[in-house]
Ligand binder design. Structure first.
Ligand code: RNT
Ligand code: ZN
Length: 418
C-alpha cells in the first residue's frame, strides 16, 4: 500500500519547522555508503586457512558463514537488495579470487584477481569499490609488526603488498568510473609497556614515505589512514596512533580515517569531524559500535550514531568518505549488514530532517533555551513516515518486512552450508 497519506502529513509537519522533506530525501540520495564485505565471512577472506589475527575478533558461530566468493557475492547481493539507495563495496586484499592452483602471496596480487568483484559490482549497479590492504591473518604479521617491523624482509614484503593494493585500487576506479578509497590500517603494536615508543613509529613513517614516493594516481585513489587506540594482544601501544596519522596525513596530503571504535569510549568521535574538515578536504569514517571496547557490534540507532550522522550530513557527501566496519558472527550475517546500513541511512535522514540552519542561529545568537527545546521536540517528528516514503520510491521494504526475506534466504541457502 502506498504510504502517501502518512508522508503528506509528515511533510506538512516538517514544513512548519522550515524543513523540506523532498530536499532531505534528495540529499540522502547523494550518500553512498561503502558496505564492508568482511561482515559476511567473519573477516576470513579467501587467501588463508589460519585464524583471524591482528588484534581484531569475531565472536559467535551463527550458521551460514560465506566460505567462497560465490557465497559471499550471493549474500552481499541479498543484503544490497534490502537497503534503499545506491551504495559502494568495500573489499579487503585477502578477498582476492584465485583460479585453482594459481594463488599468489599478498605481495604479488594483481587487478586480475579482483576482476570478478568488478563484474559483481557492475552487475549490481554499485557506485564504486573501495579497498584495504590486509596486514593481518598472515605468517608475516605473526610478530605483531608489519610496516613497522625491524625485520627488513617483513617490512619490504608489506611495502610490496601496499604497492600492489594501490594498483588494484586504481583499477577499481578506472573500471567503476569512481574514485577508490584505499584505507591503510596496520595491526602493529605491543602487548606490554614499550621500552621504546619512537623506534617502531620511525620505521613505520619510513615505510609510508617509501610507499608514497613510489607514487599512485591521486585522481583515481584517495588514500586514507586509520588510527587505533589498542587491539587484543597489543593493549599497551599502537604504532599507528591518532597523533601519528593526523600529522602524517596533514604533511603528506592524505586523509584521516576515524573508526568510531578506535577512541577512548568517553571521547565523542563526532566532534572530531568539524576540526578535521578545517584542515583537510575530506574525512573518512568507519562507523562501528563499540560496546565497552572496540567490539565491532552492528550499528544501532543510538546517540553516538546520530551524533556522527549529524556531522556527516552537515559536512555533505563530497567531504566525507563513509564506510561501515563491524563484524558480528553471533547473528544472521546478512541481517547484520542490512540492519547496519539501514540504521546508518536512518541516522543520516534524521539529521537531514532537522531545521539545521535555525538551530545553528539559535546557538550563535545565544538562545540556548529554544535550542534545547527544539533539539528535544524534533526527536518526535515522524521521521519514519519520510523513511517509508523513501523506501517505497526505491522499491525496498520500509519496515521489518525485509527480515522475512532474510529468514527465507537463511532457510533456503545459509542453513544448507554445512
Ligand atoms: C581494525 C580496523 C580495521 C578492520 C578492517 C577489517 O580495528 O577497524 O578497519 O576492522 O580493516
Ligand atoms: Zn576500522
Amino acid at each position: 500500500m502506498p504510504n502517501t497519506d502518512r508522508y503528506g502529513s509528515a511533510r506538512n509537519l516538517y514544513r512548519n519547522i522550515g524543513v523540506d522533506t523532498e530536499k532531505a530525501l534528495a540529499a540522502l540520495d547523494a550518500f553512498h555508503i561503502s558496505m564492508h564485505c568482511w561482515q559476511g565471512d567473519d573477516v576470513v577472506g579467501f587467501d588463508h586457512d589460519g585464524a583471524l589475527t591482528g588484534g581484531i575478533q569475531t565472536t559467535g558461530n551463527y550458521p551460514g558463514r560465506a566460505r567462497t566468493p560465490q557465497e559471499l557475492m550471493a549474500d552481499l547481493e541479498k543484503a544490497y537488495s534490502l537497503v534503499p539507495g545506491k551504495h559502494r563495496l568495500n573489499l579487503h586484499a585477502n578477498y582476492a579470487i584465485f583460479e585453482k592452483g594459481k594463488a599468489v602471496d599478498r605481495d604479488a596480487i594483481q587487478p586480475s584477481h579482483f576482476r570478478k568483484w568488478v563484474a559483481f559490482a557492475k552487475k549490481n549497479g554499485l557506485v564504486g569499490i573501495d579497498f584495504n590492504p590486509t596486514y593481518f591473518s598472515h605468517p608475516l604479521s605473526a610478530s605483531g609488526r608489519t610496516l613497522s617491523s625491524p625485520d627488513e624482509k617483513i617490512r619490504s614484503f608489506w611495502i610490496r603488498h601496499t604497492l600492489c593494493c594501490l594498483r588494484i585500487a586504481e583499477y577499481f576506479a578506472r573500471e567503476m568510473g569512481s574514485t577508490s578509497a584505499l584505507n591503510i590500517w596496520i595491526p602493529d603494536g605491543l602487548k606490554d609497556t614499550p621500552a621504546d615508543r619512537a623506534a617502531p613509529r620511525a620505521i613505520y613513517k619510513k615505510s609510508l614515505d617509501e610507499i608514497f614516493a613510489a607514487g599512485y594516481d591521486s585522481s583515481l585513489v584517495e588514500v586514507t589512514i586509520e588510527s587505533k587506540l589498542f587491539g587484543i594482544g597489543v593493549e599497551s601501544y599502537t604504532v599507528g596512533s591518532h597523533e601519528f596519522y593526523m600529522n602524517y596525513a596533514a604533511k603528506n596530503n592524505l586523509l584521516c580515517l576515524l573508526d568510531s571504535g578506535h577512541f577512548n569510549l568517553g571521547e565523542n568521535v563526532a566532534d572530531k569531524i568539524s576540526s578535521m574538515l578545517l584542515f583537510a578536504p575530506k574525512v573518512a569514517f568507519h562507523v562501528s559500535r563499540p560496546v565497552r571496547w572496540d567490539s565491532d557490534h552492528v550499528l544501532r540507532q543510538d546517540d553516538m550514531l546520530f551524533d556522527i550522522a549529524r556531522e556527516i550530513a552537515l559536512a555533505g557527501p563530497d567531504r566525507v568518505i563513509l564506510a561501515l566496519d563491524y563484524f558480528d558472527a553471533s547473528i544472521n550475517r546478512v541481517a547484520a549488514w542490512v540492519l547496519g546500513m539501514r540504521n546508518m541511512l536512518k541516522a543520516l535522514l534524521a539529521a537531514l530532517l532537522l531545521p539545521n540552519d535555525k538551530l545553528s542561529r539559535m546557538q550563535e545568537s545565544g538562545d540556548f533555551t529554544e535550542l534545547l527545546v527544539m533539539q528535544e521536540e524534533s526527536k518526535n517528528y515522524p521521521m519514519g513516515d519520510v523513511w517509508a516514503e523513501w523506501c517505497r520510491r526505491k522499491g525496498v521494504p520500509a519496515r521489518e518486512e525485509w527480515f522475512a526475506t532474510v529468514r527465507e534466504y537463511e532457510k533456503k541457502v545459509l542453513l544448507k552450508r554445512r
